[in-house]
Write a protein that binds this ligand. Structure first.
Ligand code: SAM
Length: 190
């Protein structure tokens, strides 16, 4: 059975510069680029999670242009990726949407920072493969990263991507692409 999985970009609850919990703003680039990566690797939906109604409306406005407006006519492959984007109000709502009428999703969290028990990528692939009927929901952060409470209650918290040097400030769009490739690339391509 093909693995059903979802990508989510969390704008709340995330950490601010001082470690407090904040709500970040949606960015156009994150909507577009993560939608394209999610579509490439076969995600069912890409949830853009924000409790702010006006921000969800902004995402709907972007989707309207690219899925139904001039954008859809000019660049249909963009519309194909963006048609899987779902603005949604909370992580709980995204979990419920991923669950649907089926089994509980496996929530997978990501972070650049250390300090949590982590699961390596080979083990994460094996754990996902062991329960193919359960969808996976991958949570990515904005601001200064996912709130600790999300990481603490995830079933799998992935090891940080490391580059070899001491600089570790990937854009979330880069982190999504790397992690999707590590988890969902065709086996022969790994
Ligand atoms: N405004 C920032 C940007 O440039 O995109 C957002 C930074 S946000 C903290 C980056 C998110 O990407 C993290 O919450 C995490 O989901 C993911 N990420 C970044 N670096 C990572 C790494 N080294 N390992 C795993 N995930 C990483």
């Amino acid at each position: 059975m093909a693995r059903r999985f979802y990508v989510a970009l969390v704008h709340h609850p995330v950490r601010g510069r001082d470690g407090g919990i904040i709500t970040t703003s949606v960015t156009n680039l994150d909507v577009h680029d993560i939608a394209r990566a999610a579509r490439t690797y076969g995600a069912e939906h890409y949830f853009v999670i924000t409790p702010i109604e006006a921000q969800r409306a902004l995402v709907e406005h972007i989707l309207g242009y690219w899925c139904e407006g001039d954008g859809a006519r000019r660049v249909p492959e963009r519309s194909e990726a963006l048609s899987r984007v779902v603005p949604i109000e909370s992580v709980e709502a995204a979990i419920a949407a991923a669950r649907g009428e089926g089994p509980e999703p496996i929530v997978v969290t990501t972070a650049a920072r250390s300090g949590f028990p982590v699961t390596g990528y080979a083990e994460a692939r094996a754990r996902l493969a062991a329960e193919p009927e359960r969808p996976a929901l991958l949570l990515f952060g904005t601001g200064y990263g996912l709130a600790d409470e999300l990481i603490a209650r995830a079933e799998i918290h992935l090891a940080p991507i490391r580059g070899g040097g001491d600089y570790n400030h990937l854009a979330v769009r880069s982190a999504v692409a790397i992690i999707l490739d590590r988890l969902f690339a065709l086996e022969g391509d790994r």
